[in-house]
Design a protein around this ligand. Structure first.
Ligand code: CA
Length: 228
């Protein structure tokens, strides 16, 4: 059974999530503090997706996200953000989250986001391995790995999915809408900004100079273009 961790200190929200995710067929692991979440993740290394609240009694959700990412790039991370804290979304994504859901949210919305992350995790693992080589970059689509000039670059699932889309379409301008629907799924109802934040993160990892990108260039008013 697919395992999901829910980190939320408010009991009523947590039970609401637990009940609905169990109903949707997930095995749910609960945590009420940041430290407890990190312990549970060690205890159950096969947790596929972690849902992290931000305001917690001990360490905040961003720090939990950072610590998870320091050891695992594979796990999917969804931040629970408050409607009033617009900046939370960007901060969350910059610390390594894949997605965010704004409170209050419907169970259907949350499960749709989790399903989308699991689809990407499962990805093309059964497909034959393929190596895409462009410029200094070598992407292995079986292992989901990327090397630049022989050095491994660690990418989150979302970053990997975006870069793969770029590498399969060299020289073609891709609209932000196209990237959003391809990477997050057609039914995704989030904002286009999530694309820009992930591109920003990707540039920091793969560009020689992220402020003057050479590989992922901006197509003003439209989207992005890849060239290596
Ligand atoms: Ca809270």
């Amino acid at each position: 059974m697919k395992k999901v961790l829910i980190l939320e200190d408010e009991m009523n929200i947590r039970s609401f999530v637990v009940i609905n995710l169990r109903r949707a067929g997930y095995e749910v692991i609960e945590a009420g503090t940041g430290q407890e979440a990190l312990d549970r993740l060690q205890q159950y290394p096969d947790i596929g997706v972690a849902i992290l609240d931000i305001m917690l009694p001990d360490i905040d959700g961003f720090e939990v996200c950072r610590r998870i990412r320091a050891t695992s790039k594979q796990i999917g991370i969804i931040m629970l953000t408050a409607r009033t804290q617009e900046m939370d979304k960007v901060t969350g994504l910059m610390t390594g989250a894949d997605d965010y859901v704004t409170k209050p949210f419907s169970p259907a919305e949350l499960t749709a986001r989790i399903d989308a992350l699991f689809r990407r995790l499962g990805g093309d693992s059964s497909a034959p391995g393929e190596v895409i080589t462009q410029g200094p970059f070598v992407m292995n689509t079986r292992n989901h790995t990327l090397e630049k000039s022989g050095t491994r670059i660690r990418l989150t699932q979302v970053e990997y999915a975006i870069l793969k889309m770029f590498m399969l379409n060299p020289g073609r301008a891709l609209s932000r809408e196209e990237i959003l629907s391809s990477v997050w799924g057609r039914e995704y109802e989030g904002e286009l900004k999530i694309v820009d934040v992930n591109i920003r993160r990707l540039r920091i990892k793969i560009e020689d100079d992220a402020t003057n990108p050479a590989y992922i260039t901006t197509v003003w008013g439209f989207g992005y273009k890849w060239g290596a």
